[in-house]
Write a protein that binds this ligand. Structure first.
Ligand code: PLP
Ligand code: COI
Length: 353
């Protein structure tokens, strides 16, 4: 695929790694291309990072036709930069596109675009411990008309942001509130797709949880309000006795790439891992009788994030004494070890630039 390049004449100074946080600073360039029905994708370009100019009737602004992805480029100890399972993000983006009636991008083209863009912004990949270059591919419906239809025009972009940890707690345990009022998604809806609308619908409960001192909410299924689904920006796993349980993918949960990797890792290491329905009652019982040993969330932004407290209907349960558990620490060390190139990648997950 031919990609036009327009160099930013005013490159920014690289930020102090201590000030990074998540998603506040952006690199010098962005990737952009447009889609027109009948013509396909065209005008692929890497241009200086800037605001966009869009028509006030743009479909995404009115009807929420928007999907996104999140993956990271990591600076290895030997100085090289690598991506983690980018093809999985590309495949998930195409599944999201199919659900939202947005155009798909052929896998080879998407990978070529991603690698070309990251090579352009490679210098922005920080090297301080715990930092990376977060990549945010996204696509939106871009018709200039108010009719509700699948779109004839779309725009795809990739922006990049050097990041530290997502939660202010870093690797320290977070507090999570189980939400039994609002729901995030239902089967048959868009829960499995990574679309902006899912997050817009999550904000009210997320805000309520934050005002009560919790980092995020843990969603229950939208039909029976009975089964554990996932957390606001991560999948969730529990060690109950000697079984690691994670909610199975029923269609309303995002199929996380970190989730998939941890399942593969634990299975290889001989752990008993179950992808199954887990009711909130079973979880509450395991917290009461002490069989819940550890709980953690996992995601690209959140990495592996220990859960130190769960609140359900005003009952507060402390998990593992509010400290990071042994298995959670092991998973964090192994996964980030592979991502930052500190330990051998026996799975073939990493892709060097
Ligand atoms: N669930 C939700 C709602 C998310 O936003 C994310 C983050 O991307 C995840 C799960 C984890 O997915 P992944 O591991 O692919 O980043
Ligand atoms: C990610 O982990 O990449 C996410 O997309 C989570 C988020 C910041 C919404």
């Amino acid at each position: 695929m031919e990609i036009r390049f327009e160099k930013n004449p005013n490159p920014a100074k690289k930020p102090d790694p201590a000030s990074l946080g998540f998603g506040k600073i952006f690199t010098d360039h962005m990737f952009m291309m447009d889609y027109t029905a009948g013509e396909g994708w065209h005008d692929a370009r890497i241009v200086p990072f800037s605001n966009l100019s869009i028509h006030p009737a743009c479909t995404a602004l009115h009807y929420g036709s928007e999907i996104f992805e999140g993956l990271k480029a990591y600076r290895r100890a030997d100085g090289k930069v690598q991506l983690f399972r980018p093809i999985e993000n590309i495949r998930r983006m195409n599944r999201s596109a199919e659900r939202l009636c947005l155009p798909e991008i052929p896998e080879e083209d998407a990978l070529d675009i991603l690698l070309t863009f990251v090579r352009t912004e490679e210098d922005w990949t920080p090297s301080a411990p715990g930092t990376s270059l977060y990549l945010r591919p996204f696509m939106f419906g871009n018709d200039e008309t108010l009719g509700v239809h699948s779109v004839n025009h779309a725009t795809f972009l990739i922006i990049a942001s050097p990041v530290g940890s997502y939660y202010k707690e870093g690797i320290n345990p977070v507090k999570i509130m189980i939400e039994d009022e609002d729901v995030r998604a239902v089967r048959g809806g868009t829960g499995y797709a990574k679309c902006g609308g899912n997050y817009a619908a999550s904000n009210r409960a997320g805000h309520r949880a934050e005002t009560r001192g919790y980092s995020q909410v843990l969603w229950l299924d939208g039909v029976e309000r009975k089964y554990i689904e996932e957390v606001g920006a991560m999948n969730v796993m529990f060690k109950i006795g000697d079984e690691v349980v994670t909610p199975k993918l029923t269609g309303s949960i995002l199929p996380g790439i970190t989730r998939k990797s941890i399942i593969e890792l634990l299975t290889k290491e001989g752990y008993k891992v179950s992808e199954r329905l887990l009711s909130v009652d079973e979880l509450a019982k395991s917290m009461e009788d002490g069989t819940l040993v550890e709980a953690w969330g996992c995601g690209t932004a959140a990495v592996v994030s220990p859960i130190g407290e769960l609140c359900y209907r005003d009952h507060k349960y402390t998990v593992n004494g509010g400290k990071i558990g042994e298995l959670t620490q092991h998973l964090y060390d192994t996964l980030t070890g592979i991502q930052w190139g500190k330990i051998p990648d026996e799975f073939g997950w990493t892709v060097k630039l």
